[in-house]
Structure formats: C-alpha cells, structure tokens
Design a protein around this ligand. Structure first.
Ligand SMILES: Cc1cc2nc3c(=O)[nH]c(=O)nc-3n(C[C@H](O)[C@H](O)[C@H](O)COP(=O)(O)O)c2cc1C
Length: 159
C-alpha cells in the first residue's frame, strides 16, 4: 500500500467501541498525595515475566505524575463501582470519599475492587497520541466472588 488511508477518529472510536472491555483505575502515590485515572486500555502482555500495559493519552495531566512515581496499581473495577469510573475520569478531587489502602508499592488499592495488580513501570513507548506504559507486576489480589464493570459502545454495562 503506497498511501495509507485516512481513518476518521469517530469511525475508529465506533469500531473499537464494539470491543467490550473492563474498566480500571490506575493509581499511584506521590509525596503530595495520591493520583488516579480511569482507563479501559488495560491488557495483559506477558506471563513470564509478568507484564501488563495501559495507554495514557498525551493530554493526560495524571500520567506525568504516575510516570514520576515509577509505579502504579491497576484497580479492576467491580460491577457496582460505576461511580468510581466516572469520578476518576472527571477533574477535581478524585479520591474524595474513596476508601483505599497502600499496597506494597505505596500505590492506593481501592476498596472492594474485583482485582488489583501493582506494577513497576519498566518501559514506555510513544505511540501516536498516546504513550504505551509497560508494567511489571509485583503484587496482586483478586476477589473471585465479584462481578466486573464493563465498558461497551461508550456506556457502562454489566456482565
Ligand atoms: C471508560 C473510560 C476509559 C478511559 N480510558 C482511557 C485510557 O485508556 N487512557 C487515557 O489516557 N484516558 C482514558 N480515559 C480518560 C481518563 O480517565 C481521564 O479523563 C483523562 O486522563 C483526563 O484526565 P487527566 O488529565 O487527569 O489525566 C478513559 C475514560 C473513561 C470514562
């Protein structure tokens, strides 16, 4: 192919919206407090070594803080945590009223999540208007009885 076709952002968003995902709140702790952002670009990369990734938008104001921390906790939200997903995508104090405890990296582990994976940032790659962030998993836990919060075609859904 000589010239690559132009793909409209709304068409790409619409096509990728057919790919159902979970919702994850990426958290980290800095000397002046915790930070966090909701993402659905979280995926497994490698079992051995244990690697995961998420993609951070280049306009994100939270990503530079997570990068400076050098670690993150991926909090996989449960079915009844849609309010957390919304709170961590808005501006303002995202941790107001949110119960959390420090994990082994110090990153906030949110209460009652379906699973959490604490990671050390081992690589980042520039990719278009996002940065691909590779994390080496250093601790994790799951609540096998919980159900997941899903994101599908621009809306929160239940499984
Ligand atoms: C369901 C959902 C998924 C999102 N996924 C991503 C993502 O994968 N990467 C990203 O950078 N922002 C994602 N966002 C947007 C962020 O949550 C947040 O709004 C954005 O980073 C701006 O906030 P900030 O400037 O504090 O980072 C998502 C938002 C929602 C509601």
């Amino acid at each position: 192919m000589s010239a690559l076709p132009a793909i409209a952002s709304e068409d790409l968003r619409s096509a990728m919206g057919c790919f159902a995902t979970g919702v994850v709140v990426i958290t980290a702790t800095l000397p002046d407090g915790p930070v966090g952002m909701a993402v659905n670009s979280f995926v497994s990369v490698s079992l051995n070594p244990p690697l995961v990734l998420f993609c951070a938008g280049n306009t994100s104001t939270t990503w530079p803080a997570i990068n400076a921390a050098g670690h993150f906790c991926a909090n996989v939200l449960s079915a009844d945590q849609e309010a957390l997903a919304r709170a961590f995508a808005r501006k303002g104090d995202r941790f107001a009223g949110v119960t959390h405890t420090p994990g082994v990296t110090g990153a906030p582990v949110l209460e009652a999540v379906h699973a959490h994976l604490e990671c050390k940032i081992v690589d980042t790659y520039d990719a278009g208007d996002h940065t691909v962030v590779i994390g080496r998993v250093v601790d994790l836990d799951t609540d096998q009885r919980a159900a997941p919060l899903l994101f599908y075609r621009s809306a929160y859904r239940l499984f």
